[in-house]
Each structure stands twice: as structure tokens, then as C-alpha cells.
Design a protein around this ligand. Sequence first.
Ligand SMILES: [Fe+2]
Length: 183
Amino acid sequence: MPNTVSTRAIADKVRQQVSRKRWEHILRVAELAGEIAKANGLDPQKAYLAGLLHDVARELPEEELVRLCPPQNEVERSHPRSLHGCAGRKIADGWGVDDPEILDAVEGHVWGVSRGNLLGMAVYVADSSEPGRRVNERIRELALAGRLREAYAQAVAKKVEYLRAKGIPIHPRTLKSYAETQA
Ligand SMILES: [Fe+2]
């Protein structure tokens, strides 16, 4: 974690960007990401900070998301809301968060994280399995049992299956992460 940015200061800034309900989700994700990190030999404070930041841009108007992250492909053009990971990264970067693993975790919580970014996997799994969602309990348990890679692979697979079943176009990065993790 960069020593110029305190977790407390980031928490205050994030809280001002989102509704109370979203803030409660964010806190649950940060807590769980920290626990998952601990269970998998990763830095819990970094995971907590990335969890705090993951949805910072979730409630920005679409025009603002598109301004921060001009769409790069058809999926992004047709689903500008999905740009909130990329936009969150830009905001975090602007606040002085300079750890590339944390920034990748924030961006990757929507489309999937870069290969080998275990911290990002912790946030992704925490986001998809935090208790408030009332789904993916098994995935959460796997991650908390020290089997984060498996948990992440299952979470990505579940997302891909869900989107396919609904006929929703899938982001290339999600497909890439899916291919990498199912191998
Ligand atoms: Fe999100």
C-alpha cells in the first residue's frame, strides 16, 4: 500500500461517492477480501483497500463513465455500466493509489483480473460471494479455505455461464480469464 494514502482517507472518499446500500456492500467486500487474503498468504490490508475501492465508480452517471473510460469494443459500448471497474481504477489512481495490483483488482472486478493477480482474485471472489448477495457460498468457503485459484475459476465460470444463458455478450477479457482459469 502506498504510504501517502491512508485506508481511512480512502474509505471516507469512497463513502461520499455511493449510496448507503452500496457502501454497506463495499464494506462487506473489503472485509471478506481481507479475510480471503489472510487465508491465502496475501496482504490483507492491500486486499481491504482494493475492496474499498472496487465499486467507487459504480453510481457515476453513464456519461461520466464513458468520459473516464471511452468504450473500446462492442460490449463496452452497449453496456457502459460495465465501465465502472475501469473508471474506478482511474479515480483510485487520481487519489494517489499507485499499487498496480490494487488498480488491476479494481478494474478487474467486472471483467476479470490479469493472470496471476491473486489479490485481484481475492476481490473478485469477495465481490461475487459476499454474504449480502446470498449466493456463491461454496465459492466463498473455498477461498476462505486457502483455495483461492479454484474459487476464482469457479466464480468466472459461473459468470460466463450466466451471461451465456441470458444471451448477454461477454467481454473479451472475461473470456480470456475464463480460458486461462479453466485450463
Ligand atoms: Fe462492481
